[in-house]
Design a protein around this ligand. Sequence first.
Ligand SMILES: C[S@@+](CC[C@H](N)C(=O)[O-])C[C@H]1O[C@@H](n2cnc3c(N)ncnc32)[C@H](O)[C@@H]1O
Length: 225
Amino acid sequence: MGRKLTATRQSLLDDAYPKSQLPEKQITQEHDLAPASLFDYEPEKIVLEIGFGGGEHLTGLIHQYNDKGINAGFIGIEPFVNGMASFLVDIKEQNLEKYARVWMDDAIPVAKSFEENSIDEIYVLNPDPWHKTRHHRRRIINQDNLDIFSKILKPDGKLIMSTDVPYLAEWMVTEATTHPDFTWTATCADDWRVAPEDWIDTRYQTKKAKGADKMNYLFFTRNAT
Ligand SMILES: C[S@@+](CC[C@H](N)C(=O)[O-])C[C@H]1O[C@@H](n2cnc3c(N)ncnc32)[C@H](O)[C@@H]1O
């Protein structure tokens, strides 16, 4: 998928991807893959980013957690080969490889394979808006996928979403607020209109999408019961 890679990126992908990729044979539909077991240390938290693009946000998060002294493990999923190559280059150059595990395909089968109550945070940032009505069912935030996210998130785990497309923001808020397992943490408009202090911009965030307006920051928690 995507443009042809340079020879250097291709060789890095050939070499680095197999070392960092999730174990293919454990990707089942059975909720039996323990994400903490993927790391050479015992992570206190597991952070999953779905559709990370070039991975700038995930790389930033690894630094942010390390700076805070939180020993977390990060899982990034992105089917776009150039995006995966960018992320692998960045984590190699910044010596962060041990903190990240990746998968270069659809996130949903992987999400289904994680053990229940095993993930602390799920980021879905600027997902594809699928503008046409007949394509709305392809939007990644929908009731079926929220069921999966609810299962794999720990009680009080976070689902963090963003978009600058107003009607996608409305869609995501409606889907998540109508789902029985999620609660929107916003108490005033600034909670979703203003970036939290420690927010890390994504590459996409700096571009304007079709129909784009202001960025919306949508924080939900997975209900404890
Ligand atoms: C608009 S881009 C945003 C990229 C990045 N999150 C950012 O904000 O810069 C949407 C990304 O989601 C990825 N994507 C779309 N469907 C996906 C899926 N089912 N599983 C994982 N990633 C997906 C695309 O490849 C693309 O990189």
